[in-house]
Design a protein around this ligand. Sequence first.
Ligand code: URA
Length: 457
Amino acid sequence: MIGDVVELKYTNEKDVGKLKMFDIIAKKRDCKTLTFDELEFFVNGIVNKSIPDYQTTALLMAIYINGMDGRETSELCMLMARSGDMMEFSDELITVDKHSTGGVGDKTSLIAGPICAAAGLTVAKMSGRALGHSGGTVDKLESIPGLKVDMTVDEFEKAYKKTGICIAGQSGNMVPADKILYALRDVTATISCLPLIATSIMSKKLAAGAGNIVLDVKTGAGAFMKDSKSAFELAEKMVDIGMQNGRNISALVTMMEAPLGYAIGNSLEVIEAVNVLKGGETGTDLYKVSIALSAELISMTRGVPVNEAAEIAKEKISNGSALGKLKEMIATQGGDINALDDFKRFKQPADKYEVIAENDGYLAGLNAMKVGVLSMNLGAGRDKKTDPIDYSAGVRLIKKPGDKVQKGETIAILYSDKKNLKSYGEEFKAACAFSKDKPVIPPLILGRVSKDGRETY
Ligand code: URA
């Protein structure tokens, strides 16, 4: 026996005035559920700095080990969302939002956003910047000459009311509780905790105010959730939080084993998204995921089945109205719309390097995480928040997993202002797997979570 068992006397749950962080930590340590008042005391305390970091991290670790039930997760999430500014929209607008848990080459917001706006929905979206191996929509948009993403709430409101779509950077005082908790989780090995990830992501979605939300939960080498089991669990938790907080919400679980689409890097990704909206690239993985995400939002807002909604989404591309919405958005945010028809108006890289196949065979796999890190090393991303970005840097894939390759053929082209791109070419090859026989490629969309439960495809 290690010592005497001490009977713990928890503070009276009804008496908020007597709450103590010590008791809250002890309660979670002992696998008990926290009340709304205790969660509120915690969130208020971290924001007004009355709770020291050592107690906050002790509770985070207790949550990491013992979890939180659905009620606690949902309440913590709403309290976090309310810790700062919350967006509010007029009831007349049908507001939609889309969130991806992060990936490589994922530019679906630049396609699904304009499709939804063309379908009469309001896309008033605040997006993040690139960090580590995964890109950020705001940096991608900033690669368009002149385009502004730092907007006041007034400018943001005017923009989405005028065009039905605006994608801006996050306002300074949104969800301060998440900023504090995420920074502490990052240095205390408590990031990979499903209820904490779910509350972190969903608090930002709730604060962003849209009534209708689709989540793209990625799984695979380039994703947060490496296996599909945990991706579905995260999707279920987030859908549950959304529903408990009165939102229409669904989630797709999609593959992020290899990069999505052919382009990785800011202006390269904008150009790829524009080409999809121009109707030229209908068979690609990027097109399919973008249509599926748009269909979720059109279906939940228009009350039509998802397959019918997908046809509406496709039509918004084929009739040019989605591209028109992107152009309107870019013009309203001060960007050069001529760049969408003359790609040379984007910043050009100083150098490029072609990666050549050394043998005949198939490209069997392309590790998304490694390609994401390579793209960051070429200058397209950031290791630290303060690092500058080269908008023209990145990777353009010529071959995708499953494609046949012949010795001497180009597999990918690397772009950068950096010197000695040959060494980056070696880094790209280290991300590739080759096979003699045609490889089996995993399905792109693994399933869906909605108010009706989980469907696996
Ligand atoms: N993304 C977030 O915003 N929060 C997490 O905790 C993990 C991924």
